[in-house]
Write a protein that binds this ligand. Structure first.
Ligand code: AMP
Length: 216
C-alpha cells in the first residue's frame, strides 16, 4: 500500500498515520517529524527548517524534496509507505509522481481527512506534546493527570511554537493557498478518497480502512 495522507494541520494526520501504518505494516514517513527530529539533534537541515516551521510557513521545496527523495531510497519500503505532510503543494506532488513513476511504484491512494477550521483551531491550540516520547495530549479532550507531564512516560509537555493561535491561523491560510490545490490534482489523477475526520480516533481509523479497502 503506497498512501498519501492529506488534510489541514490538526486534521489528525499524525494520529491516523500511526494506526494505518501498523494496520498495513508500512513505514510512516512524516516530513514534519523528520524536520523536528533534525531540529532536536541540531543538524544543518534542522537549522535550515527552523524559522519556516516556527512561523508556520513551508520549508523551501529544494530542501524538502531532497529530504523526501532520499527517504524514498531506503530499503524498508517493500510493503509500501504512508506519507504524512508531503506533498504540501503541487510542485511537490509532481516531484513525488516523477520519483515513484521512475521506480514503477505509483501511489495507490490519497486519503483526505476533511475537518472544518473552527474545529482545527480548538484542536491545535489545546494540543500539548511530550518532549520525550512525542505523544500528543490535549488540555481538554485528552488531559494527562498532571497538566505538565506525559502520563505515558513522565516526559515534560510543551506547546509547539506553531500551535500558538496566530500561527495556526497562518498555517490554515498556507494550507488553503498552497496545499488545497493538491486535492484537485489527485482527484484528477483518480487517486483521491475523502473521509470526514471528526468523531473518535477509532471511528476515523475504521472509516479510513473501510474506504481504503475499496481501492486495495
Ligand atoms: P507538520 O508536523 O506536518 O504540521 O509540519 C510542521 C512544519 O514542518 C510545517 O508547518 C512546515 O514548516 C514543515 N513541513 C512539513 N512538511 C513539509 C512539506 N512537505 N513542505 C514544506 N514544509 C513542510
Amino acid at each position: 500500500m503506497r498512501l498519501v495522507l492529506v488534510g489541514p494541520p490538526g486534521a489528525g494526520k499524525g494520529t491516523q498515520a500511526q494506526f494505518l501504518s501498523s494496520h498495513y505494516l508500512i513505514p510512516h514517513i512524516s516530513t514534519g517529524d523528520i524536520f523536528r527530529a533534525n531540529l532536536k539533534e541540531g543538524t544543518a537541515l534542522g537549522l535550515q527548517a527552523k524559522s519556516f516551521m516556527d512561523s508556520g510557513n513551508l520549508v523551501p521545496d529544494s530542501v524538502t524534496n531532497e529530504m523526501v527523495k532520499d527517504r524514498l531510497t531506503k530499503d524498508d519500503l517493500a510493503n509500501g509507505f504512508l506519507l504524512d505532510g508531503f506533498p504540501r503543494n503541487v510542485l511537490q506532488a509532481e516531484v513525488l509522481r516523477a520519483v515513484l513513476s521512475e521506480k514503477k511504484t505509483p501511489l495507490d491512494a490519497v486519503l483526505e481527512l476533511a475537518v472544518d477550521s473552527a474545529e482545527i483551531i480548538l484542536r491545535l491550540s489545546g494540543r500539548r506534546i511530550c518532549r520525550n516520547c512525542g505523544k500528543a495530549w490535549h488540555v481538554e479532550y485528552e488531559k494527562p493527570a498532571d497538566a505538565e507531564k506525559c502520563d505515558t512516560c513522565g516526559g515534560e509537555l510543551y506547546q509547539r511554537e506553531d500551535d500558538k493561535e496566530e500561527v495556526i491561523k497562518h498555517r490554515l491560510d498556507v494550507y488553503q493557498e498552497q496545499t488545497a490545490p493538491i486535492v484537485a490534482f489527485y482527484r484528477t489523477e483518480g487517486l483521491l478518497i475523502t473521509i470526514a475526520a471528526s468523531g473518535s480516533v477509532s471511528d476515523i481509523t475504521e472509516r479510513a480502512i473501510s474506504a481504503l479497502s475499496r481501492v486495495h
